[in-house]
Design a protein around this ligand. Structure first.
Ligand SMILES: [Zn+2]
Ligand SMILES: [Zn+2]
Length: 357
C-alpha cells in the first residue's frame, strides 16, 4: 500500500509507492543507460595543464612550494566561477528598484568552484577518504572566507552536481560554493520546524530524529563516532541519503578536524553504496548550514527570516544530503511540490549498507 509521509525537518510530503516499481515504462532503457563519463578530455578546463583556462586560483592544496600558482601539481584547486550566478559585492553597486508587484535586487555574492582532484575520471565516490577530507576542509575554509568577503551574504551553500542528470555541465569532479543575500525559503521552512519542535519538546528536531532513527534502525545506512547516515523517512528520491553529525552544531564553519574526517569516511561509504547499486548514477550533494547572522550584512528579501532566530542562534543542526537522480520528477511533483518515490527508504537502506558489499 502507498503511504503519504511527512519529513519532520522540511515539512515536505512524499508518496512512498513501492507498487509503482512494476509499472510499464517505455523509456526505462533510456533512463537506465547512464551516460558514459569521458575518461579523458582534450578540452576539459579543470584538467592539470589547462589552469590558464580558469580564472586565477584563490587556493590550491598539494602543490610543492617551489611550484608556481596556476600550474599543475595540485590535489584540490579553488577558482572563481568563470560564469557566475551572482556577482561579487565589490562589483555590484547598482540599485535595482522594486515595485509592489515586481520585487528584485542585485544578485550579489561569491561563486567559487572547488576542483576536487587532478584526475579527470575520478569522482567523489571513487576518491579515497583522505582525499575527500582534503576536499571538505577546503570547502569549509572557502565558506568561511566567502562569508567574510561578501557583506551581502546571508546564506552560504556548498553543493555538487555529478552527472548531466544532476545538472553538471562538466564531467570533471567539482563542488560549488555560492553566497546569496536572500535566505532560501527551504532553510526558513526548516528553521520554523526546529523552533516548533523546540517549543513543544525543549529539544533539537534533528538530534531527536537521529536518536529515533538509531533506535528504530530500519533506515540506518552506516555510522561512525561523530556521524550517521540514513535514508530519510520521507525520501523524495530513490536512495536519498541524509548525513547527520552527532554533535549539535548549526554550521560546518564550526566543526573539528575529526568531524571533517569522519564525514569524509561516511560520505565515501555512501557514494560507493550508490555506485554499487547504480554504476555511474548522477547525484547532487548539498551541505545545509544555518544562515549567517544579520549584523552588518546587507541582504534583502528576508522579512520572513529576520528576527526568527535572534533568541536561538544555535537552533539549526547542520547536515548533508545526497540526492541521487535515478528517476525524473514529473507533473505531479511540479504541481504539488511533493514527490512520488517508488523505492521505500527501508529498502534503499538495505541496498546502500556497506555490509552488503
Ligand atoms: Zn578534466
Ligand atoms: Zn541537534
Amino acid at each position: 500500500m502507498s503511504s503519504l509521509r511527512q519529513d519532520s525537518l522540511t515539512g515536505r510530503w512524499v508518496i512512498i509507492a513501492a507498487q509503482r516499481q512494476g509499472r510499464p515504462n517505455e523509456f526505462r532503457d533510456r533512463l537506465q543507460q547512464m551516460p558514459e563519463q569521458p575518461t579523458t578530455s582534450d578540452q576539459c578546463p579543470f584538467c592539470p595543464g589547462r589552469e590558464d583556462q580558469t580564472p586565477a586560483e584563490v587556493m590550491a592544496s598539494g602543490r610543492a612550494s617551489e611550484m608556481p600558482a596556476n600550474g599543475p601539481g595540485w590535489r584540490v584547486r579553488v577558482v572563481p566561477n568563470k560564469y557566475p550566478a551572482v556577482q561579487s559585492d565589490t562589483k555590484t553597486t547598482e540599485i535595482l528598484p522594486s515595485t509592489l508587484m515586481r520585487t528584485q535586487g542585485a544578485a550579489q555574492g561569491g561563486h567559487e568552484v572547488v576542483i576536487c582532484c587532478p584526475r579527470h575520471q575520478d569522482s567523489l565516490g571513487t576518491l579515497p577518504a583522505d582525499h575527500l577530507t582534503e576536499i571538505l576542509s577546503t570547502v569549509r575554509q572557502r565558506m568561511v572566507a566567502l562569508a567574510q568577503q561578501q557583506s551581502s551574504a546571508r546564506y552560504v551553500l556548498a553543493f555538487g552536481n555529478q552527472g548531466p542528470e544532476a545538472g553538471a555541465t562538466l564531467a570533471h569532479a567539482h563542488l560549488q560554493i555560492i553566497t546569496t543575500p536572500v535566505v532560501p525559503a527551504v532553510v526558513v521552512d526548516k528553521i520554523e520546524n526546529f523552533i516548533r519542535h523546540k517549543k513543544s519538546t525543549g529539544r533539537c528536531l534533528l538530534c531527536d530524529s537521529l536518536a529515533d532513527e538509531e533506535a528504530d534502525g530500519a533506515r540506518l545506512i552506516a555510522s561512525n563516532n561523530t556521524w550517521a547516515a540514513l535514508a530519510p523517512w520521507a525520501s523524495r528520491f530513490p536512495c536519498e541519503m541524509r548525513l547527520i553529525p552527532r554533535r549539535h552544531c548549526p554550521t560546518m564553519l564550526d566543526i573539528s578536524p575529526e568531524e571533517v574526517a569522519d564525514l569524509a569516511a561516511l560520505m565515501s561509504l555512501c557514494l560507493k553504496g550508490l555506485n554499487n547499486h547504480a554504476p555511474g548514477a548522477g547525484y547532487n550533494v548539498v551541505i545545509h548550514n544555518t544562515p549567517l547572522a544579520a549584523e552588518g550584512r546587507q541582504g534583502y528579501g528576508n522579512e520572513r527570516f529576520d528576527g526568527l532566530i535572534d533568541n536561538a542562534p544555535d537552533i539549526f543542526h547542520w547536515h548533508v544530503e545526497i540526492l541521487p537522480r535515478l528517476t525524473r520528477q514529473a507533473g505531479f511533483e511540479a504541481g504539488t511540490g511533493f514527490a512520488i518515490n517508488s523505492l521505500p527508504p527501508e529498502e534503499a537502506a538495505v541496498i546502500l549498507r556497506p555490509e552488503r558489499r
